[in-house]
Design a protein around this ligand. Structure first.
Ligand SMILES: *Cc1c(COP(=O)(O)O)cnc(C)c1O
Length: 304
């Protein structure tokens, strides 16, 4: 049994026509809690549950927290999520709907995270949003499913926040013998911690997050994501918030699925003529995201 589902893999007529090459979509927006996060979080929670954990603790008011809340409910364990005051009402409601106990603390994620860590007793499992090998092994199932479908792409396009999805996809490519398939790692301006690490030659903390793609808002990528650059071809691409937001609108029209700007960032490459010119057959990870409404996306778009 796994907590995540096997998601649709389809060739997009609309995106293929614009990009003038085959664009395949792995639609993880359709996971039960709206994003790919359930793959890794589900695997981590099942593993910690098997090791005797009595409660899960998270400090994410975003898709990672939602996935922990979902996993806890399915496994019959209580979940506590500590979120900062900046967390939207909608996110808190979604967490409550999954039965999680929500504690609001501090003005930033750092403060919420600090409290979450002190709450964790030896019987609890703290679920990190991106930096845990168990998460990566779970995220890798996304590539397993593509391999099982017998569809080998020339490149994989994905979004990068803290780098958990990137680590999982690279792990998946390697465990399916596809180590020759490059990964195109997309971030938005104002959340480009992978680019910053690439330029500095080591993972560095960016000063502040100033992108509407809040789910990409890790100030520093995990070490493993940086280290994979030595053994796997990973291209760094940075797009604007405008490109990410436009891609959300266009994707809703083309495929009737609403995604967050964090996911729009990856999709925007397929909507940008020539951005993928070196590849004939591209897989885009539609990572999803449940925290943005259409009204919010339009409000952001109107403000920039
Ligand atoms: C978490 C998340 C990301 C980024 O994933 P990382 O593992 O932090 O790199 C991208 N898109 C969505 C919708 C997310 O929830």
């Amino acid at each position: 049994m796994t907590l995540h589902i096997n998601t649709p893999l389809i060739e997009s007529r609309q995106l293929s026509a614009i990009a003038q090459r085959a664009i395949w979509l792995k639609i993880d927006a359709l996971q039960p809690c709206g994003s790919f996060k359930l793959r890794g979080v589900g695997h981590a929670c099942e593993t910690y549950h098997a090791r005797g954990a009595k409660r899960f603790i998270s400090s994410s008011g975003g898709n990672a927290g939602l996935a922990v809340a979902y996993a806890g409910r399915r496994l019959g364990l209580p979940v506590t999520v500590v979120v900062p005051e900046t967390t939207t009402e909608r996110a808190k409601q979604l967490l409550a709907l999954e039965g999680a106990t929500v504690i609001v603390h501090g003005s930033s994620w750092q403060e919420a995270n600090q409290l979450a860590l002190t709450l964790a007793s030896p019987d609890d499992a703290f679920i990190h949003p991106f930096d845990d090998p168990l998460l990566w092994t779970g995220h890798a199932t996304l590539i397993d499913e593509v391999a099982q479908a017998g569809h080998k792409p020339d490149a994989v396009v994905l979004s990068v926040g803290g780098g958990g999805l990137l680590c999982g996809v690279v792990e998946g490519l390697h465990r399916n013998g596809w180590q020759d398939v490059p990964v195109i790692a997309v971030e938005t301006e104002g959340a480009a911690s992978f680019r910053a690490a690439t330029e500095a030659g080591r993972p560095v903390e960016i000063e502040r997050i100033s992108s509407v793609a809040t789910s990409l808002g890790a100030k520093r990528i995990c070490d493993q994501a940086f280290q994979y650059r030595a053994t796997h071809r990973i291209e760094s691409v940075v797009v604007t918030d405008r490109q990410a937001l436009d891609a959300c609108e266009q994707f809703l029209l083309d495929h009737r699925v609403l995604v967050e700007p964090a996911c729009g960032a990856a999709l925007s490459l397929a909507y940008e003529p020539h951005a993928l010119d070196r590849y004939a057959n591209v897989l885009v990870v539609v990572c999803g995201g449940a925290t943005a409404t259409l009204a919010q996306i339009r409000q952001w778009a109107a403000a920039i």
